[in-house]
Design a protein around this ligand. Sequence first.
Ligand code: PXP
Length: 257
Amino acid sequence: MPLLGVNIDHVATVRQARYRQGPGGGLGYGEPDVVHAAFEAQLGGADCITAHLREDRRHVVDRDIELLRQTVSVKFNLEMAGTDEMATLARRLRVHQATLVPEGRAEVTTEGGLDVAANPERWKWLVAGLHEGHVTASAFIDPDERQIDAAKRAGFDACEIHTGRYANHFHKTGGDFHHPDLAKEFAALRSAAKAVADRGMRFNVGHALNYVNVAPVAGLPGVGELHIGHSIVARAVFVGLRQACAEMKALIGATGR
Ligand code: PXP
């Protein structure tokens, strides 16, 4: 069964809307607390907890990462930009997995995938450093064979394939898999699944997955982890995070694989 990675950044976004005063986005004081969120997510069946420490500390702050690393019992995945500061943190805390993402100050959330192909040597060096610290390295990339090849050359252990375009087309076409636009995006994910597996890396997916569009993606051959944030935290407003995670987990598990 594919694993559910729950991204709890948006819990911190709510907290920071009220309590962001202080250096580095504040001290992580106030509610809702991300440590509590991670606990509830695990009770709801989360197999992995993800948090993104952004350069501008707009949601998750340093204290959150320290405490999450001490308290999360399942896999802890640090989403991070490819900077020395973040690589040093990942190694010091020995996070289980670091997912490398591009980071733009103006973006609302991570937009495109990482361009590993543009500078493979830089990534090779960064990945080697993570491996020295016993951290699994994952590249968040578009479903593009050139990027998958580059991720392999750089030594990444896993590719998290960006599902944003699939999700957009799912929404635009009302989930009509006969529509050429959605069929094309889904075929791109399927090809990426094969390309990643053929190169001996783990195939993960994420971005803009929700309760409606997740099942076909969870049914792709070889999918390891589904990384989901916004839709789960949004659902939690109505039913609580534990149940929101359990509902997503049930959808992922109902793929018949
Ligand atoms: N995976 C990665 C690499 C991301 O950057 C994000 C967004 O923070 C997600 C998954 C989760 O995306 P969403 O919040 O749209 O579910």
